[in-house]
Design a protein around this ligand. Sequence first.
Ligand code: HEC
Ligand code: HEC
Ligand code: HEC
Ligand code: HEC
Ligand code: HEC
Length: 376
Amino acid sequence: MKPILVRIVLIGMISLQAAPAVASSPAETADVCGECHRDIYTTWKASAHSRSLEDPTFLDAFRATEAREGDKTARLCLGCHAPMVTVNGDYALEQKTTWEGVSCDVCHSIVSVDLEGRPPGLELEIGSIKRGPIRDAESMHHEVVFSDLHTKSIACAGCHEYTNAEGTPLLTTYTEWKGSAAAQDGKTCQTCHMSLTAGNVVDPRVARVGEAEINLHEVPGGHSIQQLHKAFRVVIEPAREGDTLRVEVQIINRGAGHAVPTGMPGRRVILTVNARGYSGARFEEKRVYGKFFLDEEGDRIVHDSGYFAAGVRLESDSRIQPDETRVERFAFPIGAEVTTDLQVQLHYEHAPMGEEEPKTRLTFYSEKRFLKGSGG
Ligand code: HEC
Ligand code: HEC
Ligand code: HEC
Ligand code: HEC
Ligand code: HEC
């Protein structure tokens, strides 16, 4: 079977007009791959990638985009959340391979990623050849080609980097990573998100190949508390100065090879500092780290459906950049004699449908200090 070459440029109408609707694409469902690559299938099934279309959070935002911005903008979403549509033309979302979202065949058919053009493009060759990181692989089901690209961060960049038509960078995970110490140390997206884990590349009942290690296809991210724990080192320094309790908090982004939060706007990290005096006095302050955008009218966008509309501009970016140490200072007039409980917390919040209804709220760091007052 000769692979068909389909050039995908995530540029809405232009690619839609250029790509004729193909009724049947040679793509296979992940279930077929899973018959042999059972362990990889299981971890992929648990990933955000396998749910990138069926995820109710995405579907809500997608339907809202269709209603507010129209089909042209909504189809842009599918370029990353259901990339198979650009091959099979299934914009009515009827085929199983469409619903599998970022599937095996999507990633293992990437032949190149073009970040020069705006917006970035993925070139997919869906067919009998599967591309991957194993040299000299042999399979009874498909042809195999060793692909250096799959061992590098560029394999992820086609969907984790996006600049809109006006030149506003919306998703910048790849460029954030490129400038990080992690990148200089040779750590790729795969190093941190697809670490090696015990498992069989191919079910031993089908074939005995290589070592019993696979790359974790679950790609844990910001919804994983374990992954969030790796992101920061936090240093807390309280000091009494007369009646004032001064608190310095340092947040050091050592563990993420990109800004935190990264990716789609609508994600925030919130620092809260609480001082609770035994006299009854209470103080709380917070800092919000996120990336904020303005719509065509100049209003702040609070809903994921708005980011891909025309005329979107960056308002501000207060995220913790890779390798940055952010220093925050607080002063609470609590009284020198008052014994105080100090609590410092970091929360991860994701509000794709607007700040009033966050879908995710995780507290991933919490530290308490008991500070004795001069009053005993
Ligand atoms: C009948 C069993 C079988 C099925 C079904 C199957 N594969 Fe494979 N696949 C293999 C074997 C065997 C290898 C070789 C492994 C090795 O040599 O280490 C392999 C290797 C691979 C590789 C590694 C290629 C490389 O050079 O790194 C990829 C990627 C891959 N398969 C993807 C897929 C995808 C995607 C599907 C579904 C569309 C699929 N496979 C279906 C048996 C199968
Ligand atoms: C988001 C893209 C992506 C998806 C989706 C994906 N893979 Fe992979 N896969 C990769 C990358 C990248 C590697 C290589 C990682 C490395 O070497 O650092 C890989 C490695 C592999 C390998 C080689 C063995 C290994 O673990 O390194 C096989 C086989 C494979 N994938 C099969 C599959 C199958 C089957 C599915 C679906 C159930 C799937 N992949 C889904 C990106 C993907
Ligand atoms: C074809 C597009 C595409 C490619 C290629 C791709 N991703 Fe993704 N990725 C997505 C989409 C879409 C989502 C969001 C899924 C959802 O939750 O709706 C996602 C989600 C994620 C998340 C989870 C974020 C969270 O919310 O916790 C991580 C981590 C991630 N991807 C890492 C990677 C890595 C590493 C690679 C490269 C090996 C990669 N991705 C390649 C499209 C892609
Ligand atoms: C040095 C390790 C490291 C590297 C390299 C790395 N990440 Fe991450 N990534 C993390 C950690 C830790 C988190 C959890 C903190 C967070 O949510 O930002 C994370 C979170 C994410 C998320 C979830 C979004 C969010 O902020 O909640 C996505 C998506 C993601 N990474 C994609 C990528 C991609 C794509 C690359 C390569 C261009 C990459 N990462 C490189 C460690 C890494
Ligand atoms: C250039 C690729 C790309 C395009 C285009 C895109 N997304 Fe995403 N989307 C992602 C990636 C990657 C993630 C997950 C990781 C992150 O935040 O970077 C994501 C995550 C999401 C999430 C969060 C899902 C969850 O449960 O965490 C929502 C909601 C979402 N996108 C909605 C949309 C909508 C609506 C559109 C179209 C208006 C759209 N996206 C267009 C790449 C894209």
